[in-house]
Ligand binder design. Sequence first.
Ligand SMILES: *Cc1c(COP(=O)(O)O)cnc(C)c1O
Ligand code: SF4
Length: 308
Amino acid sequence: MDQPFAITPTVAALVDADPHGPVARQFVPDAREHDFAPEELTDPIGDDRFSPVKGVVHRYKDRVLLKPLLSCPAYCRFCFRREMVGGEKTTLNARELDAAFDYIAAHDEIWEAILTGGDPFALSPRRLGAIVRRLDAIAHVEIIRIHTRVPVVDPNRVTATLVAALKCEKPVYVVLHCNHADEITAEARRACARLVDRGIPMLSQTVLLKGVNDDAATLEALFRALVRNRIKPYYLHHADLARGTSHFRTTIADGRALMAELRGRVSGLCQPTYVLDIPGGHGKVPVGPCYYDGSVVTDPHGRAHRYP
Ligand SMILES: *Cc1c(COP(=O)(O)O)cnc(C)c1O
Ligand code: SF4
């Protein structure tokens, strides 16, 4: 299935301003999306294997993903769920949502519920608020986390009404998906400030993408801009093996070298963990670089020291 195409006025303006730039490369379809590499997969991180009921992925004991919808205001061409998003019926109906909440309520080992999709902030404040309140009412769910790209691709959706809809007894964390400093427009900064000003901690996740952000200066500018806006870089994801995305993928060695360049040169606040989501649903793990081999530790300048 071809991934759908959609962009927002905010993304369109960024593409117009720089038609071959880092935002255009992420959102404008490319003929190379039809080239499938042999190692690529329809379900690159194995979500399906761990889906007990529709819209729920329960891979780690203490946390679940809840995907209330599978559409986004703008589609990233490298999306790891590119063959699942944007189909015909993309929102869970009332019965399916009930089943998802029943599953979460029945599993008291679930400490954290993570709303993802698609993009949960593409729901109306009324529907999003209803979901947050249902999770808030499940006693063992202590943390609610929302993954979204809306504050950068469609910042005007982050209205005071939407932020108010997130108000509940439990901590709500928002993780912004952002890949380049160009995405952090004045409108995006205001959207994030509306969340943080209301006491919502923000983290970010970035996908390492060839031709978009695979150099140290670009990553440094991005992570500094995020921290300036009170958003803590959380993960730098190695690009998943989604079909038709090989033109975006770097090697793990490239990613490690970039992380090593940032270490020492950039504040620790600006350092995400570089992670790989292992195909087959085996989970996310940090992939380095590693500074200690059991007897020698490498300092930020690359010099080796014996330890202990
Ligand atoms: C990424 C992911 C999570 C969240 O992992 P964290 O390391 O806690 O951010 C949870 N469940 C699934 C299935 C995931 O893919
Ligand atoms: S916002 Fe997330 S789910 Fe939506 S297209 Fe981009 S990567 Fe995929």
